[in-house]
Design a protein around this ligand. Structure first.
Ligand code: FUL
Length: 495
């Protein structure tokens, strides 16, 4: 059964259940809504990239395509060490560059010798795609693939024959390595390359050459629940920069017409309202300046504070965060990267382990049909699939959290109930101070997640005001958290 049909049926069932419970109909969805596969992706929020290929050994970012396969020879490759580093950081999945622009394949593809089987590593019998995907499964992470459309090695690149090659490789990756959660389509194309020895510049028309429609169909057929990423979706869009920063606002919707991988990045950072399609943003960024490992960047790993800023500006703006960890020449994640990730995770855990809003008394200005099932209390049950909503036609609404005693927090979280679309367009937060309400934050888009991080607030009551909504708001979660102060770096002994 098609996923769209499935989600319509699920929608009808949940509407039926809702009606049966209270006799009050849930709101009608507003605008484009996510598919089942996109909802699963939204739940991941944070996952990683692994950029690893001949470039790791030649110290390049873009290989020309003429690299000798023998240069690929990690000295102590350890898939579990790589996957455990990602898991300890809180990542829910990993996407491997099965083939980057240089055309070298990290798996023994039947369709080329320009692969790991011509390398010295494991005497040509290794398979990095298999080892990483197996390790992901062992550790409970999802696995995804990056298969560069631009191939600077292949003799037929720019001709129709190359598409057959590209799709045959995609078929290998989507049939031999278990479940794949995402297929990552890159839009880059620099023109020149080795191209089977031609060593020339080959121009293609990004809009037409790749015939994306048929490639997408192949992915849907082989891996129906995989989300496809590109500048243009169709399931997840690029955020428009490689710094990992989503716009504010960052709408999950966009006008999809005329977009293709490699098209300009207009509108990608903030999305578009109301938009013609639900294509949420993914923020991709590397933990180091480059995507591939370079020893000279060992001292330039992003600090825990920088990683936290990225997290709040990506996941905290409703986007996904895809953080790149480049394996080194040993085939492991470098100690400096691990140290930074460890402190980043420690602070996130310390922040989110205790939701200070739990136990608050809630009152709302309006509850849909007065039904318990749509009551404000749903925002505190820590479930994405229950929500507070109001009667139709209500575009502004508020809820008050009475905390019973003064509580100190510096992070507020909000989450909309996504199956009803992105409805909230503006909100404000107030604290109760000296006998009156005083605003301490305001914002626009919420969507999958919104984190508001600021100075510490100490108050016994918090008010959320939805100040603008395209349709009656449907809020799934609200939380209050205290981010600890950073641990000062260890003192260096003075002589
Ligand atoms: C870009 C590529 O050119 C980079 O090498 C890297 O893979 C990045 C994630 O996408 O378009």
């Amino acid at each position: 059964m098609k996923t769209t049909t499935l989600s319509i049926i699920c929608g009808l069932i949940s509407t039926g259940l809702a009606l049966a419970q209270s006799g009050v109909r849930p709101p009608t969805p507003f605008g484009p809504v996510p598919t089942e596969r996109q909802l699963r992706w939204h739940e991941m929020e944070f996952y990683g990239f692994l950029h690893f290929t001949v470039n790791t050994f030649t110290d390049k970012e873009w290989g020309y395509g003429d690299e000798n396969e023998k240069v690929f020879n990690p000295t102590a490759f350890d898939a579990d060490q790589i996957v455990l580093a990602a898991k300890a950081a809180g990542m829910k999945g990993l996407i491997l560059t099965a083939k980057h622009h240089d055309g070298f394949c990290l798996w023994p593809s039947k369709f080329t010798d320009h692969s790991i089987k011509s390398s010295l590593w494991k005497e040509g019998r290794g398979d990095v795609v298999k080892e990483i995907s197996d390790a992901c499964r062992r550790q409970g992470l999802k696995f995804g693939v990056y298969l560069s459309p631009w191939d600077r090695n292949h003799k037929d690149y720019s001709r129709p024959e190359y598409l057959t090659y590209y799709r045959s490789q995609l078929r290998e990756l989507l049939t031999n390595y278990g479940d794949i959660f995402t297929v990552w389509f890159d839009g880059a194309n620099g023109g020149d390359g080795f191209y089977g020895g031609a060593r020339e510049k080959r121009a293609i028309d990004n809009r037409t050459y790749y015939d994306w429609e048929n490639t997408r169909q192949l992915v849907r057929e082989l891996m129906p629940m995989a989300v496809m990423f590109s500048d243009a979706g169709p399931d997840v869009r690029w955020v428009g920069n490689e710094r990992g920063i989503a716009g504010d606002p960052c709408w999950a919707t966009i006008n999809a017409a005329g977009r293709y991988p490699g098209s300009d990045s207009q509108g990608l950072n903030s999305g578009e309202r109301p938009g013609t399609a639900w294509i949420p943003a993914e923020c991709d960024v590397s933990i180091r300046p480059g995507w591939f490992y370079h020893a000279k960047e060992d001292g330039r790993v992003k600090t825990p504070a920088q990683l936290l800023d990225i997290y709040y500006q990506s996941v905290g703006r409703g986007a996904g965060l895809n953080l790149n960890l480049p394996p080194d020449r040993r085939g492991r994640i470098h100690e400096n990267d691990i140290a930074s990730l460890r402190e980043f995770r420690r602070i996130l855990d310390a922040t989110f382990e205790k939701d200070l809003a739990q136990g608050a008394q809630l009152t709302a200005s309006n509850t849909r049909g007065g039904a318990k099932q749509f009551a404000a209390a749903n925002v505190l049950d820590q479930k994405r699939d229950t929500y507070w909503t109001t009667d139709d036609g209500v575009a502004t609404a508020e809820m008050v959290l009475d905390l019973g005693q003064p509580v100190t927090f510096n992070v507020v979280s909000l989450r909309e109930y996504l199956p009803l679309g992105q409805r909230v367009e503006a909100f404000a937060l107030d604290q109760w101070r000296d006998g009156q309400w005083v605003e301490f934050a305001h914002g626009t888009s919420v969507g999958n997640f919104r984190l508001i991080r600021g100075a510490g607030i100490a108050t016994s009551k918090v008010r959320l005001r939805i100040t603008q909504a395209a349709a009656c708001p449907a809020l799934a979660e609200l939380g209050l958290f205290a981010e600890p102060a950073p641990v000062p770096p260890a003192k260096v002994a003075t002589p």
